[in-house]
Design a binder for this molecule. Structure first.
Ligand code: PGA
Length: 244
């Protein structure tokens, strides 16, 4: 991966019709813009096969939003890393704050999920980030270090190839609020120092067409993880343009 990583997290949004309208536009835009970025689309699990089919022959890559820590068996509702791989995924988001918050995912579980992903040959995008309360009480660095310490796969330290971290301050997700460039730079440097040289770190939280250029130019920012703004083809294409 030489360029930036521009990853789209659709969350629980999208449909076959939406994918059919968006994916070809993004694929042809990325090709015509000569993007050197790795562009990853992470739709809901039911759309993986369809989005994979729509992106065939393009430079886009497919990712999932979650994975089971288990390889197979009696785990109703779960999807294994091997299954995601078979569905065409190259990436999987693990430990997103919405999973941590609404599904009580612990750092230990996030670590097991990242290890399962690596074992199946998927590139995990491991999310970490502090809450507003933690930032305001001056604990952001400490919290992020602790999350890293407990959730980084032991088999993969320091994370280099085939491993991505995403710094996503919880208070910046879907809120329209973004930390200052200096704060993003400082946190990415902190994460890089804890995670090991060569760690690739994306920023996520209210990235949009208006702020992507500045965010992508911050030293230590290797890409972006985009939620809401990735659901609109034009806006997402403008973000891709910022990574060219
Ligand atoms: P947002 O979400 O871009 O809508 O803030 C980012 C994320 O949660 O990954």
């Amino acid at each position: 991966m030489t360029g930036k990583v521009i990853a789209a997290n659709w969350k629980m949004n999208g449909s076959v019709a939406m994918a059919a309208a968006l994916v070809p536009k993004v694929a042809s835009y990325a090709a015509s813009a000569g993007s050197r970025s790795e562009i990853v689309l992470c739709p809901p699990a039911t759309l993986l096969a369809e989005v994979g089919r729509l992106m065939q022959g393009s430079f886009l890559a497919l990712g999932a939003q979650d994975v089971s820590a288990h390889a197979s068996g009696a785990y109703t509702g779960e999807i294994s890393a091997g299954m995601l791989k078979e569905a065409g995924c190259r990436y999987v988001i693990v430990g997103h704050s919405e999973r941590r918050q609404y599904h009580a995912e612990s750092d230990a579980l996030v670590k097991a999920k990242a290890e399962a992903a690596l074992a199946a040959g998927l590139t995990p995008i491991l999310c970490i980030g502090e809450t507003l309360e933690e930032r305001e009480s001056g604990k952001a660095f400490e919290v992020v270090s602790a999350q890293l310490k407990r959730s980084l796969p032991t088999s993969h330290q320091p994370p280099t190839a085939n491993f991505l971290l995403a710094y996503e301050p919880v208070w910046a997700i879907g809120s329209g609020k973004v930390p200052s460039s200096a704060d993003i730079e400082a946190m990415h440097a902190h994460i890089g120092a804890s995670a090991g040289a060569g760690a690739k770190i994306l920023y996520g939280g209210s990235v949009n067409a208006g702020n992507a250029r500045e965010i992508l130019s911050i030293p230590g920012v290797d890409g972006v993880l985009v939620g809401g703004a990735s659901l609109k083809a034009e806006e997402f294409c403008s973000i891709i343009e910022c990574g060219v």
